[in-house]
Design a protein around this ligand. Structure first.
Ligand code: GLN
Length: 540
């Protein structure tokens, strides 16, 4: 450990949303990690939902699930993919959660006699949540990303908490402000005024940023950097250019070029460790950017209009593609657009089919048509969560002859409930945080595709679902060729299914995509891509 006290780095955003605070935080963390430091990243979200688990993916993109069963913002997925260390509930805090605990404390009588107010009670709760990760003793650096844009009404208490912490912690805290330098094509100029305004707004709240990271389409020359530094009270070397990158995985290297890590460490008074080792990262990036060939995989889902709904899946394909020296292009296919008649046409040129997770009836029959086609035509198939459940339904209907077989989620009165509610779920009435969530053990059976993939018996994977394979039907399935190749040892729940006679037909009740990282691409994705490559190469 090269530091004596824990350092807190806050990342705020100005001018507009979607500038990439999450990727910036993850990239800085990667650089610090590559210098041998321990670091974690936290996201504070200003909305009132207690967690994003109750949000529709159209609202907020994918809901990312941690080992400890927290339903979190998708930025936590980026943190894990970049750093290769698990996050937890403590890494994502929402306004809803802050207020919930303050109100619980008030009801308990913790503040007896006092008026409970935004300052100090809400801000104290925010500060406690920020410091909680520091108290674990596991990290030298805590990077906290403040969701939203400076000036939003709902993020004010967070900015106030940052102001107070900066005051309390002195040189152990710093603020990095991510901002935009727009380019006016009519005059051919980069404009600094929006950045000046957003820094002024921060100053109004009492926060002086220490570093400005400037998103820009064109290079920032020395004059512009000096101008921004002058107007915003930061050192010229603390004006960091963040050019648009071709992939998020390039950003750590761009930030290294700009010496973001050096400026941060200098300002925090930490000696620079001699070498920054990003070799593994660069190897991955090289493979990703120089594929030998390309394959197309169809992703069948009902939220395909918003690609962020399947963020971890598309990133897992990037990791798995690099291992297989190929580019995986995803063909996004809306499940409602598929039927038994057009499916062959839709899947032309695809080397594999992934049927995505999801909830509810909409699009189910299209998913089932897709699976039938993949099963009958030997096309590599990968079903995740609802995708696995649909594979079970399809097999029940079309191979076992159980007409009308279904999940009780879609048809509570089905004659053949091959997927049904777990006993523990039957009494659940509240929707928030009540699914089977987080990491559970699974035992993999030998001589199966799952075994060939994992090459080990005991695995742990993350879950997010209420419904399960109905074990009453297992003997019938196994007799006709669909095997349970992974079982949860405590509840005897079916976690992996596969078809023996098919080149690659695997369904998993869990979400392997949450565990795929740059350093550790998930073996199921790696093997699925490998099977798809064998099924059909397209020349790059
Ligand atoms: N809706 C299904 C369930 O709750 C599947 C969930 C999912 O795909 N994440 O069991």
């Amino acid at each position: 450990m090269s530091t004596t006290s824990i350092k807190y780095i806050f990342v705020t955003g100005g001018v507009t949303s979607s500038l990439g605070k999450g990727i910036l935080a993850a990239s800085l963390a990667k650089l610090l990690q590559a210098r041998g430091h321990t670091v974690t990243i936290q996201k504070l979200d200003p909305y009132i939902n207690v967690d994003p688990g109750t949000l529709n993916p159209y609202e907020h993109g994918e809901c990312f699930v941690t080992d400890d069963g927290a339903e979190t913002d998708l930025d936590l997925g980026h943190y894990e993919r970049f750093l290769n260390i698990p996050t937890s509930q403590a890494n994502n805090v929402t306004t809803g959660r802050i207020y919930q605990s303050v109100i619980e404390k008030e009801r308990r009588g913790d503040y007896l006699g006092k008026t409970v107010q935004v300052i100090p009670h809400i801000t104290d709760e925010i500060k406690n949540r920020i410091k909680l990760l520091g108290k674990t003793g596991n990290y030298e650096f805590i990077i906290t990303e403040i969701g939203g844009t400076v000036g939003d009404i709902e993020s004010l208490p967070y900015i106030e908490a940052v102001r107070q912490l900066k005051w309390e912690l002195g040189r152990d805290a710093m603020v990095i402000h991510l901002t935009l330098i727009p380019y006016l094509s009519t005059t051919g100029e980069l404009k600094t005024k929006p950045t000046q305004h957003s820094v002024k707004l921060l100053l109004e709240y009492g926060v002086q940023p220490d570093i400005l990271v400037c998103r820009t389409e064109h290079p920032l020359n020395k004059d512009i950097r000096n101008k921004i530094a002058l107007f915003c009270n930061v050192a010229p070397n603390a004006v960091i250019e963040a050019r648009d990158a071709s992939t998020i995985y390039e950003v750590p290297l761009l930030m290294e070029e700009e010496q973001l890590d050096v400026v941060v460490l200098n300002q925090l008074n930490i000696p620079l460790t001699p070498n920054l080792d990003l070799n593994k990262w660069k190897e991955f990036l090289h493979k990703f950017q120089h594929p030998e060939f390309e394959i197309k995989i169809g992703l069948v889902g009902k939220y395909v209009e918003l690609k962020d709904s399947y963020k971890s899946i598309s990133e897992a394909f990037i990791h798995a593609g690099a291992v297989n020296n190929c580019k995986v292009s995803i063909e996004w296919i809306h499940s409602e657009s598929i039927d038994d008649v057009n499916v062959g046409e839709k899947f032309k040129g695809l080397s594999g089919i992934l049927v995505a997770p999801g909830f509810g009836q909409r699009g189910i029959e299209g998913k089932i048509s897709a699976i039938k086609y993949a099963r009958e035509n030997g096309i590599p198939f990968f079903g995740i969560c609802l995708g696995m459940q649909c594979a079970v339904i399809e097999y029940a209907r079309n191979v076992l002859g159980l007409e009308g077989a279904n999940s009780t989620e879609m048809d509570p009165k089905t004659k053949f409930p091959v997927i049904n509610l777990m006993d523990g779920q039957k009494k659940v009435t509240k929707k928030g945080g009540t699914m089977r969530l987080g990491s559970y053990p699974c035992v993999v059976k030998e001589n199966t595709k799952a075994w060939n993939t994992y090459k080990q018996k005991d695995i742990n994977e993350r879950h997010r679902h209420r419904y399960e394979f109905n074990n009453e039907y297992l003997p019938a399935f196994e007799k006709s060729g669909m095997m349970a190749s992974g079982i949860n040892p405590e509840g005897n729940l079916v976690e992996i299914i596969e078809i023996k006679s098919h080149p690659w037909f695997v369904g998993v009740q869990f979400h392997p995509e949450y565990k795929s990282t740059v350093a550790n691409p998930h073996p199921l994705f790696v093997n699925f891509v490998k099977a798809a490559v064998e099924a059909g190469k397209l020349v790059h």
